[in-house]
Design a protein. Sequence first.
Lengths: 239, 283
Amino acid sequence: MIQFFNVTKEYPRTGLALSDATFRIHKGEFAFLTGPSGAGKSTILRLTYFEERPTRGEVRVSGVTSSEVSRSEVAKLRRRLGIVFQDFRLLDDRTAEENVAFALEVIGTRRDQIAPRVQRALSQVGLGSKMKAFPRELSGGEQQRVAIARALVNDPFVLIADEPTGNLDERATRGVFQLLRDINASGTAVLMATHDLELIKRTDYRTIELDHGRVVFDSTDSAPPPTPSAGSRALGELT
Amino acid sequence: MRLALRDALFAFHKAPLLSALSIMTIAFSLFAFALFGLVAINIKRALEGVEERVEIRAFVADGTPVEDVVRAADEISRYREVASSKIVSQEQALARARRELGEFSDVFEAGVLPASIDIRLKPGSRDPRSVGAVAARVRTLGFVDDVRYGEEWISQLHRLRNIAGITGIALGLAFAVVAVIIIGATIRMTVLARAKEISIMRLVGATDGFIRRPFLIEGFAKGVIGGLLALALTWTAAATIEYYLKFRATFFDDRLVLFGLAGGALIGLFGSAFAVGRHLRRI
């Protein structure tokens, strides 16, 4: 479903961000990306939703290949991804309901379908009663739930979360993490970057550890690394 | 489209000050352009008025038979450059001189002034070369004693017209370029003010075309509103000048007004397209 083949990412000014990373995230899997700041976690996520392109190597997401993808194909792929950030990225002048509806409106969803889907997504994250609240009226944990609802409203096959609990207190962190687990349990894969080791220890989910742009540990690294041709075969099975 | 229209309206509502600033910038840029255009049009009209007085006068030798003069005048009026030709008899020449010289009218006696053929030229044939060519042709007629057409005066007038035209085009282009740059910058401010919204749109899968649409509508609307304001400002300025300088100025005709409004709309549209395109290429 998500495949990295010997991916290296270099920036002109800051240099090497990711070096020769090869791994695969399977359908319905929950995987942590961990490591210290600057290890390359966010780079992997940005490469996954094609915000960045690899300097070398190849990224494949649901049959879309980094070396061939166009801007319009990226837009279409993102409609099937859910993306969540540490800073929530909500529109401050719109209510929770409007923020979630925004994700449907901008891809041309029929008007009569928007309201029920928004209601369902907000109920799924436990905010069915706060649909009319503006972000400033919500706690950090609630704001992140709105962001998750926005990510879920298009029924993504994977939820990409970049430090989703980074700005939250312990209680809110537990709540948001449990929500991500529930989402995963319902069949959506979750790829979550975090440096919260306590969170990782609490579960037996797959963990990919990075350091200085290299994958230094993969808890399910038993199989040999995939090759592009093997990846193509796997893609057919998984997507 | 409904959403794009709503977003464009929402942008006005969300940042009224910035929107007003953009519209005022467009209005003042177009106003400066229009004011200059108005000056250029009035200079052009004034020069055209002077040019209309360009005339060739072919003096007829004494004793020339009237039939020869009439035949020649008829032939001259058929020249491609000639609008009309008129025979002025000795008596008519005397009456005209007395009329034009006022208090010195009694210095002329009957028979002093020669008869002439007065030739008026078509617009577009009043430049020194065309006038000179017609004069040279008329001079070849046997009974013509002399031909006068104010050679030096016509050259000066033509030079002045050329200078005014070139200056007009250069300054007009400079104003237009400045207007486009300023408008592009103000629209870029509105794009930057909505950078977060654009980044979220891209994350949830909006296409570049979809993201661009409300900005294009916004730019177009601002261009039209700015154009209307500029039109009102120009009209007020022209009326004020007329009132204080007691000068009957020529204003833009309907075609030019529409052209100006369309120009404002296009500047707004292209300024927006440029600003959003640049922003989208960067993110």
